[in-house]
Write a protein that binds this ligand. Sequence first.
Ligand code: C2E
Ligand code: MG
Ligand code: MG
Ligand code: MG
Length: 286
Amino acid sequence: AGKNEGKGQYRFFDPAQSNQLKTRARLRQRLLEAIDQRQFVLHYQPRVDTRSGELLSMEALLRWEHPQLGMIRPDEFIPLAESSGLIVPIGAIVIDQACAQLAAWAQAGVRVAPVSINVSPKQFLRGGVRRELAEALGRHGVAPQLLEVEITESAMMGDQEEILAELAAIRALGVKLHVDDFGTGYSSLSQLQRMKMDVLKVDRSFTAELGRSKEGTVFFQAIVSMAHALGMEVVAEGVENAEQLALLRTLGCNEVQGYLVARPMPAEAMAALLTQRFLFDEKLAA
Ligand code: C2E
Ligand code: MG
Ligand code: MG
Ligand code: MG
C-alpha cells in the first residue's frame, strides 16, 4: 500500500509502532552487549524428593544482571532472544555456565546434584545444542549424568522429526530429558511415548488447582499414572504450600519444586543447600 500512496510513507512511522520498533531494536542491542559483557548469570532452584525432602537435582534459571536496570527475568527477554536468533549464543552461555558451575562445586568438594537447563527449539537446528552439550561437558570434565535438558511440551510439538532426532541424540550422550510445563501443550499419549523423555514436569497451573477442586486433584492423579505407565518420573512445579505437598504425597508424585522448598537462588546459596541435603523442616517432614 505504501508504494501506491507515494508520500504515504508516513504510515510506516506511526509513533506507537515506531516506539515499539525502537524498543525491540534497543533490547536487541542490549542483548548483544549482555552477551559480550557477560551479564548473564544462572540462579538455581532445588527439586526434592516428595517424601523425604532430599535434594535430588536443581533447575538452572537464567538471569540478566544489567548494570543500570538491575536483574531482568527471562520472560522479559527470552521471547525476543528467540525471535532474533540470539537465543543460540545465549543458550551456549547457559550450557557453558552450568557445566562450569558443576565443575567448580566438585572442585570445592561440594556434593553435587544434576542440573537441568532450559532449551529453546531454535537451539536444536543443525545439531547445535547437541554439539554444545557434548563440548561443554568435555571442556569442564563433567559427567553427562549431571546435566539434564528441559524442553517445553509446546516446543516439542514443533518440527517433529528434527526435534525427535536431536532429543534422541542428546539422550544417547547420557543426558536426561524433561518435558517442561506439561499440560499447557497438546501432546498426545502416542507422541509422549515416541519422545522417550525421562521426567515429566507438571505445569504449575495444575499444582495450583490441587486441593482447590476435586477435578484438579483427579486430573493430577491421571497425569502421574500416565507418566509412570510410560516410565517417566513426575515433578510438580510451583509447589507453594504444605497442603499441595500433602496431596502430592498421596498421589505418588516423585519430586517437588517450588517456593515452599526454596526460591531460585545464586550459586553460592545453592552450595549451602547441597551441603544441607535434606530441605524439609519439621513441619514438612512426612
Ligand atoms: P520454567 O522452565 O517453567 O521455570 C520455572 C519458573 O517458575 C521460573 O521462573 C521459576 O522461578 C518459577 N517458579 C518456581 N517455583 C515457583 C513457585 O512456587 N511459584 C511460582 N509462581 N513460580 C515459581 P523464571 O525463572 O522467571 O523463568 C521463567 C521461564 O523462562 C522458565 O520457565 C523458562 O521457560 C524460561 N527460562 C529460564 N531460563 C532459561 C534459559 O536458560 N533458557 C531458555 N531458553 N529459557 C529459560
Ligand atoms: Mg524449566
Ligand atoms: Mg516449567
Ligand atoms: Mg515455563
